[in-house]
Design a protein. Sequence first.
Length: 196
Amino acid sequence: MVTETSSDIHDFHEQLKTILPRLRIYALSLTRDRDAADDLVHDTVIKALTGRRSFQPGTNLAAWLFRIQRNEFISGLRRQRPTVQVDTAIAESLSHPAHQESGLVMREFVTAFAKLAPTQREALLLAVLEGLPYEVIAAHTSVSVGTVKSRISRARDTLERLLLEGDVKPRPTTGPGATARHEDSASADEAKGQER
């Protein structure tokens, strides 16, 4: 039997910390609910820490963690299976809440998100999903911190406008408010970033 050293445990913990944002994204995609996703990530980390000795160093830790998370999600679904009360079975079977709205909301968001300039999408993803600071994003994209802040702000404003106004149809390619103006503002961002 191989004994763990304190450096092995420390390395495991550090690798686990770096994978946490990805675990949260995967949990959100499974549960589609922030609170449930946080609970799923918590349960996954507890299982991983408890079963740390079963992980084989040198193999893919992320894959091992994602498998634990998926299995924990499926186990949670099985635990939540409805139990039927004999006296209320008929009353409960008469109505069920609609599930279509969440799919529509997600579709509208994906459509609106696709309309952002690629540089704005990248900056927003790195800041919001990955949780990276502006300085790291600026270094990663080779632009100034101000440009990163501008891209994120414009991306949020555009998403808000598209989602609140319901403007998720394709934009015209010519005339006032055309996509060309949207692309020009992204090009202006690029030029400013390269000047600095």
